[in-house]
Each structure stands twice: as C-alpha cells, then as structure tokens.
Design a protein around this ligand. Structure first.
Ligand SMILES: [Zn+2]
Length: 353
C-alpha cells in the first residue's frame, strides 16, 4: 500500500465559483486542493445517517406519463382529479420544491402556511394540500410516502445566494419554478411559497430548527392524489451549497399514474371529510384559466451545470483523518462525494448557510 492516496472530488462550476472566493494570496488557501485539505484538517465527523435498507417498493399502478427532471429544471404537470403523482429519487439525497394550482383558475393555488397550520410542519399520509382564500379547498392530498415533506422553509431564491455567498448567478427554485410554469402561461408573480419534498429539518433543545442532511434513499418517493384538476409543478431544488440536498444536484423522477380502486376510495374519504368544513366563498373570486403555451420551449437560467473533478493527494495522516470523518452511511464507498461533503460543510459553516 503506497503512503499517498488520491481522491477526485467532483464539484460543479457554481460551487467552484463560491469556493474561489477563499482561494488566492492572503486567503484561506493557494488553490482548491489545498482548500479541500484545510477543510479535512478541521472537519469532525457527523451523525446524519440515512434510513437503513432500501426504499420499499411503491404500489404498482398504470403509468400515464414519466418525466425525468434534470438539475436546474422543473416540470409543470397537469393532473385530472383522481390521478396520482409520484415524485421519486433517482439517486437519493435530492430535495425538491413544489407548487400547485387549480388547473382551471391560476388564482387558486396551494397555501403552504394554511396547510402547515392544519397539518403541521411535515404533512404526511392523508394530509391535504389546501388552497388559498377565498376558496380554501383541497387541491391534493399526500397518499403515500417513504420520505419527508416540509412546510417551514421558503424556497431558495437569488436573494439567498446573494446574501449568503455574494453569488448572483446560481440555480434557485424561484427562477426554476418561474420557467417551468411559463409553459402554462403563468408568470414569475404566480410562483408561490414552496411545499418542500424530501427535506429534513431538526429542532434543537430550544426549539430552533435547521435543515439537516438529506436522508432520502434511491427510489424513496412521495405520492399525491389530485382532489381537483390541478397543475402540479415539482422542481429539483437549486441549492448545491447546503445540506438540504447534501451539497449536490441530482435528477428527480415524476410519474403520473391512474389510481387503483383503493386509491380512489382513500381519496374520496379524504375529500368527503375535508368538504364537511369547506364553505362556499363569501367574496367574489377572480377566475383566470391556465392555458398551455403550445409554442413553449424551456429556457432555464444558469444552465448548463458543468462538473469537474479536483484531485487531492492525501498523506498517511490525512488519510487517517479522512477515514475518521467520512460519512459512510450517506456516501458508502464514494470517496469523492464524502470529501465534497467535508469541503462544503466547511464552507457552509463559514457562510452561516
Ligand atoms: Zn431550492
């Protein structure tokens, strides 16, 4: 066994741009490999672990449509009342944002705050995605899930990256959702607060919350049933600088499926219970149908995302340290991803992200 060890650390151009602010004369390190070693030197091990075993297989249904949503992108997906939408991990560890509209009226959309007040911070099976006033009706419900949802944190936007990292050119959910929804004539002003998919949040002893590493596994999923005709818009969260997606961007899969009879029964039961409390609007509500732009060609900002490997050489002491702190639970044998986590954790601690 040789004394030295090489690890190739994959980083994308957005991450390198932010890391570059620490590189140079009189900065933290002269170059990126030495910055990685500095991060390793100060790193401690962490305990975030994924759930044991594989994600359980989802129910089998007839698939109507499958979408692969690439990093930096989203997808506006129309659903008929009763249809099922499954959002699924392709690799594990990826957070997504989610907007929902009444397909026949753009003004009626998911009210994340109301949903949180009724169902708590992390809506679960049987919980409803409620629309805004004056309607306040069920848009969709969570049907099944093997991973967490979150209603506490607002979606990432250019402001956040500008505030925390002084970085203006960064994939962010606000802009991604804007571009995805444009296919159905929705504007930037139509993007609403995010219902977060595959997001993990912990509270400390004072009750203060923070986003922790993403524990979703490959094939983990969250399923929704449409309780009216809706336009559902999931996207791959643009945050590759924080723990919400373990410092990386990966594709998510979205499947539209026909309901099984037990799905329809479950949906009818949820709907019936909900509508016992739903009142007809007392105020005149604007109506404005959502119409597909047949000429739409997606044009997402901040793409393409370019990935390059940075090679670091570890001596025996650094190698020992790496073995002590690397997170096997999240990254297994993937040394590059484990080292990237060490580096990006170092960065996020400095930037209070
Ligand atoms: Zn985001």
């Amino acid at each position: 066994m040789s004394e030295f060890k090489y690890i190739d650390v994959p980083l994308n151009h957005q991450q390198i741009e932010v890391l570059n602010t620490f590189i140079g004369p009189e900065r933290s390190a002269p170059n990126l490999p030495s910055l990685i070693l500095e991060a390793l030197n100060t790193s401690r091990s962490f305990n975030d672990a994924v759930a044991d075993g594989n994600a359980p297989a989802p129910p089998e249904r007839d698939i109507i449509e499958t979408y692969l949503i690439e990093p930096g992108q989203g997808r506006a997906i129309p659903l008929k009342k009763g249809q099922i939408l499954r959002i699924e991990q392709t690799e594990g560890g990826q957070c997504g944002d989610f907007n929902v509209f009444n397909l026949h009226n753009r003004h009626e959309r998911l009210h994340v705050g109301r949903t949180r007040i009724i169902h708590g911070n992390s809506p679960s099976t049987g919980d409803i995605l409620w629309s805004n006033a004056p309607w306040e009706r069920p848009l969709m419900a969570v049907l099944n899930h093997t991973a967490k949802t979150d209603t506490l944190y607002a979606g990432c936007s250019s402001l956040l990256y500008s505030l925390a990292f002084d970085s203006c050119n960064h994939t962010n959910c606000q802009e991604i959702l804007t571009e995805a929804q444009r296919e159905y004539g929705l504007k930037a002003t139509d993007v609403h607060d995010s219902f977060n998919l595959f997001m993990y949040v912990d509270a400390d002893e004072t009750g203060a919350t923070s986003i922790v590493r993403n524990k979703s596994r490959k094939s983990d999923y969250i399923e929704f049933v449409a309780l009216m005709d809706v336009l559902a818009v999931p996207n791959v969260c643009g945050d590759d600088l924080g723990k919400s997606s373990n410092f990386w961007l990966r594709p998510l899969k979205a499947l539209v499926m026909a309901p099984r009879s037990e799905d329809t029964e479950q949906a009818m039961e949820i709907n019936e219970t909900a509508y016992k409390s739903v009142l007809p609007p007392r105020y005149e509500a604007p109506e404005d149908p959502i119409i597909k732009d047949e000429k739409y060609i997606p044009s997402y900002p901040h793409l393409p995302i370019r990935i390059e490997n940075t090679r670091v050489e570890l001596n025996s002491t650094q190698r020992e340290k790496f073995e002590q702190v690397r997170n096997y639970s999240l990254y297994g044998d993937n040394e590059g991803a484990a080292m990237r986590d060490i580096l990006m954790s170092w960065l996020s601690e400095r930037m209070d992200w």
